[in-house]
Design a protein around this ligand. Structure first.
Ligand SMILES: NC(=O)c1ccc[n+]([C@@H]2O[C@H](COP(=O)([O-])OP(=O)(O)OC[C@H]3O[C@@H](n4cnc5c(N)ncnc54)[C@H](O)[C@@H]3O)[C@@H](O)[C@H]2O)c1
Length: 380
């Protein structure tokens, strides 16, 4: 029983996921970094099979994931030969790569959005994915008040690429009965009322938005610690500097704004009050590569008015962190479909996402969300 997966975006995260899965299948590595690896789920890690990869970067389309992985991870890294079979297909562009400085073309650039939708739906009808994972470049996007407005914006070419891909998943699901869409980027899908409604009615399970890795879930858990001990947090500073293309993308203002919204949405939800906060992906420095520098500083008032400070400095491999949680999200996506679930699932999003859908959901500490997730999965 395999779980067939289509990846949107052939970048760092997609590459680490594909390489890691093959190495796990051959038992070359332990499944660390996959939160539920030690639980017995109906699907094993080995059941995941990547059947398609889409990008719009002209230097990637047509290449194999093996060639791309060699560029991303270096030719000294043992890239599994199996990835030679996975060729990158051309996806939908919209303006997702604007300002990135590389040449990109989508099917929509040549044939318009409605035709691009038809082409991908028919490709997916032969690939037969159960789960579609969105890891394209972060792009700016708004929410839609209704499914009619969502459809109108998407088909008239006024939406970001993520929304077109979600729409393609809906069209595909309405033909085959069901599909799951994992939105690991900040562009709103699970938090987008109109689009979510459209997806739900078409038979789609949606997880989103923006995979929670690195400093943001750590901050959430530290805030929970402060809340439980009734320590008054005076301020929080948290920033990341990285040298991968995702960090480069975030130097562009509208893309950074999207991340800021998903990153800072948790503070009041967890503490119960507002506190001055600076939580942003702050900069790009190429030599750091994928191993980003994370700094965090917070100050709080303790018993009898005494003030304490916490400082955290870390270097964290960015893309493997997201790839690890995607292994679970893919398996849970299929489990949700088997259970007949449609629309979004808060207990899944609350643990795995920075901005858990549906819209206006509470952000809780990941340490708490973990047990909610186990309950939902029937593991506790
Ligand atoms: N820990 C993490 O790395 C982490 C955590 C949360 C979210 N994310 C999000 O995951 C996404 C991917 O991160 P990454 O490090 O792999 O970035 P990346 O820049 O290496 O990869 C993104 C890929 O998407 C492609 N792309 C851009 N527009 C596209 C489109 N319209 N259709 C298909 N492909 C398109 C790009 O050409 C590129 O190959 C980013 O949006 C990032 O914000 C990453």
């Amino acid at each position: 029983m395999s779980i067939k997966v289509v990846l949107l975006g052939a970048g760092y995260v997609a590459t680490h996921l594909a390489v890691g899965l093959e190495r796990l299948k051959k038992r070359l590595v332990e499944p660390y970094g996959i939160p539920l690896a030690n639980y017995k789920l109906p699907y094993k890690i080995e059941d995941i099979e990547i059947v398609g990869v889409y990008d719009v970067d002209n230097s990637k389309v047509g290449k194999s994931l093996y060639e791309i992985a060699t560029q991303v991870m270096g030719s000294d890294y043992p890239i599994p030969e199996e990835l030679k079979k996975l060729k990158v297909s051309r996806g939908v562009h919209r303006d997702s790569t604007k300002g990135m400085g590389f040449s990109a073309t989508g099917l929509d650039d040549v044939r318009g959005v409605p035709e691009a939708v038809d082409v991908l739906v028919s490709e997916w009808l032969s690939l037969k994915p159960d789960v579609v994972v969105n890891v394209i470049t972060t792009e700016y996007g708004n929410s839609y008040p209704s499914k009619e407005v969502a459809e109108e914006y998407i088909l008239s070419g006024k939406s970001p690429a993520t929304h077109v891909y979600a729409y393609i998943t809906a069209k595909y699901a309405s033909k085959v009965g069901q599909a799951a869409f994992v939105n690991a980027i900040p562009t709103p899908v699970a938090n987008n009322d109109g689009l979510l409604n459209l997806l739900e009615e078409s038979g789609v399970v949606v997880f989103g938005d923006d995979g929670a890795t690195g400093a943001t879930p750590l901050t959430a858990d530290i805030l929970e610690h402060m809340f439980q001990r009734n320590r008054k947090v005076e301020f929080i500073v948290q920033f990341n500097i990285g040298g991968n293309t995702d960090f480069y993308a975030l130097t562009l203002e509208d893309k950074n704004k999207m991340k800021e919204i998903t990153k800072s949405s948790m503070v009041k939800d967890i503490l119960g009050y507002e506190t001055p906060t600076y939580i942003k992906p702050t900069g790009y420095l190429e030599p750091l590569g994928d191993k980003k520098y994370v700094a965090m500083h917070l100050e709080y008032i303790s018993f009898n008015g005494f003030r304490d400070s916490i400082y955290i400095n870390a270097r964290i491999n960015d893309s493997p962190a997201l790839a690890g949680i995607l292994v679970d999200l893919i398996r849970i996506g299929k489990i949700a479909l088997d259970r007949g679930v449609r629309g979004t699932v808060y207990p899944v999003n609350a643990f795995f996402m920075k901005k858990p859908g549906p819209n206006n959901s509470r952000n809780i500490a990941k340490t708490r969300a973990y047990y909610e997730l186990l309950r939902w999965l029937g593991l506790k």
